[in-house]
Every structure is written in C-alpha cells, then in structure tokens.
Design a protein around this ligand. Structure first.
Ligand SMILES: O=C(CO)[C@@H](O)[C@H](O)COP(=O)(O)O
Ligand SMILES: [Co+2]
Length: 219
C-alpha cells in the first residue's frame, strides 16, 4: 500500500453528539472509520453494539473498519456485513478455527482482518497470512481507549512485514492503541499502513486539524 491511512476510533467520540463526530470524520482527511465492538467477556469492557453501528453507517461516507473484541465472532459475521462493515477484524485469540472464520468473512463480501494482542507472537500468522487482508497489531491491551503505547510494537511490525514479504501476501498492517504525533512517523517507517487514533484525535481541541497533522506526518 503506497499511501498511508488514518482511521479515527469512534470509541473516543462524544456519543451524545455522535452524528456531529461522524460528520467531522467525513469532512476530515481521515480515510476510515474504526469501530470498536467489545462484549465484556473477551475484554473487560462493553462499548456499543449493532444499533449504534447501524446509525454510524447511515451517515459515514468512508470505509467502515470494524474491530471485534468479542468471543466466538463467527456468530455475528453476517450481521456485521448487513450493518455495513467493509472490513471485519476478529481477534486471533478469540478464534478456534481462524482459517474458517476468514473464509466466512470474505464470503459475506467483506475484507478479513485479524487482530493480535500484545502477548501474541506475529509468527502465529505465518500459515494464514495469504488469507488475511489486514493484521491489526494491538499496541495496547484491548478494551479501553486512552492507554499508553507499547514500544515492543515496532519490533512486531518489522517481523510481520518479513512474513508478508516472504509469502508475497498483500496484507495491510494496522496499528491500534496509543497512536499520537509522537509515534506516527516511526510506525509508518517501521512498516505500518494504517494508524488507528482515538483519544489523540477526539480529545484534541481541533480534531479536523489533528487528523490533518497526522496525515501530513505520514504522507
Ligand atoms: O481497540 C481499541 C482499544 O481496545 C482501540 O481502537 C482504541 O479505541 C484506540 O484508542 P486510543 O488508544 O487511540 O485512545
Ligand atoms: Co480498535
């Protein structure tokens, strides 16, 4: 992927002004909407579910990148396709039959992503990498926005890049958690293609400008 992408995480939006924040992303230099779905079981937090995603999708004019932090995600693949997801990312740690899950996601017309927790070694993706459209390397422990970036992520990006190149795969590398202007450039230099940013965007004074700044930094 030549141009690098920014995906604001809607988890950090103001849910009482959700349409305003969705329109902000539509009107910004952001490339994707990143949507965090948490079930309170796979991660110790519950975010939001189908009705909220349905309403976001009604207004969003950009790619919808759904990050499922739920157990047994196979149960909801069709539902998320019907709700308007373009990319559906499941957690490696939540899938017993990852290969089957990836095929099921693609059969519903979506791109298939796999997220890995900070403790999960990227080498575990070697045998499925050609079937994976996107790997989301978690640079925080999933479950909450606003956490500090884990520095070991740079090493994981480089290792994953080697696996992708060795297998001639077309997999995109996404980094999720603690992304700011302090690490964005270095992440892209290490091999990242998509940066998810939640708090850094939404807690800033001017989110449109913050997104533009991030985008410029990585172009
Ligand atoms: O999936 C997650 C957290 O589990 C992320 O997408 C966060 O929502 C990113 O938020 P910040 O770390 O950028 O605040
Ligand atoms: Co996420």
């Amino acid at each position: 992927m030549s141009s690098k992408l920014i995906a604001p995480s809607v988890l950090a939006a103001d849910f009482a002004n959700l349409q305003r924040d969705v329109e902000m992303i539509n009107n910004s230099d952001a490339d994707w909407f990143h949507i965090d779905i948490m079930d309170g079981v796979f991660v110790p937090n519950i975010s939001f579910g189908m009705p909220v995603l349905r309403d976001i999708a009604k207004h969003a004019t950009k790619t919808i990148d759904v990050h499922l932090m739920i157990v047994d995600p196979d149960r909801y693949i069709k539902t998320f396709a019907d709700l308007g997801s373009n990319i559906l990312t499941v957690h490696y740690e939540a899938c017993t039959h990852l290969h089957r899950t990836l095929q099921a996601i693609k059969a519903e017309g979506m791109k298939a992503g796999v997220a890995i927790n900070p403790h999960t070694n990227v080498s575990l993706l070697e045998d499925t990498i050609k079937d994976i459209d996107l790997v989301c390397i978690m640079s925080v422990n999933p479950g909450f926005g606003g956490q500090s970036f884990i520095e070991n992520t740079y090493k994981k990006i480089k290792q994953l890049k080697e696996i992708i190149d060795r297998n001639s795969a077309n997999t995109v590398i996404e980094i999720d958690g603690g992304v700011t202007n302090k690490n964005a450039k270095q992440l892209v230099e290490a091999g990242a293609d998509v940066l998810v940013a939640g708090s850094y965007v939404f807690k800033s004074e001017d989110p449109i400008q913050t997104i533009a700044g991030l985008k410029e930094m990585i172009s």
